[in-house]
Design a protein around this ligand. Structure first.
Ligand code: FES
Length: 108
């Protein structure tokens, strides 16, 4: 369950409980966002592939990209850019913040 706190940011959880490679879905302003920990950093992307409406949550992550499990499009975690077909449009990315040992997603 995600919890919207002051300033509209959403708490994902304690940094210590979000290990490398973890993926967590939160809701930011009514929209599903997947938070991925990759090489120690937290990345947040809209949890919808831009090819068809399919969640990115659970997709394989490698080389800084998350793969849509449906047809294999890859999106860059840092920018949301579509790097391989069949997707061409980017997914929305959100900023993340670690504060007091807690991880947050900031609203757009
Ligand atoms: S729905 Fe994601 S690649 Fe087709």
């Amino acid at each position: 369950m995600s919890e919207q706190v002051q300033g509209g940011q959403v708490r994902v959880g304690a940094e210590a409980e979000l290990p490398e490679g973890s993926q967590t879905e939160v809701t930011v302003d009514g929209v599903g966002v997947v938070v991925v920990r990759y090489e120690g950093q937290f990345y947040a992307l809209r949890n919808n592939c831009t090819h068809k409406d399919y969640p990115l949550l659970g997709g394989e992550v490698s080389l800084g990209r998350i793969t849509c499990a449906k047809h294999g499009a890859k999106f860059e975690l840092a920018t949301g850019k579509a790097k391989t077909l069949p997707a061409v449009k980017p997914v929305r990315v959100y900023r993340t913040q670690v504060e007091g040992g807690q991880v947050y997603v900031l609203p757009l």
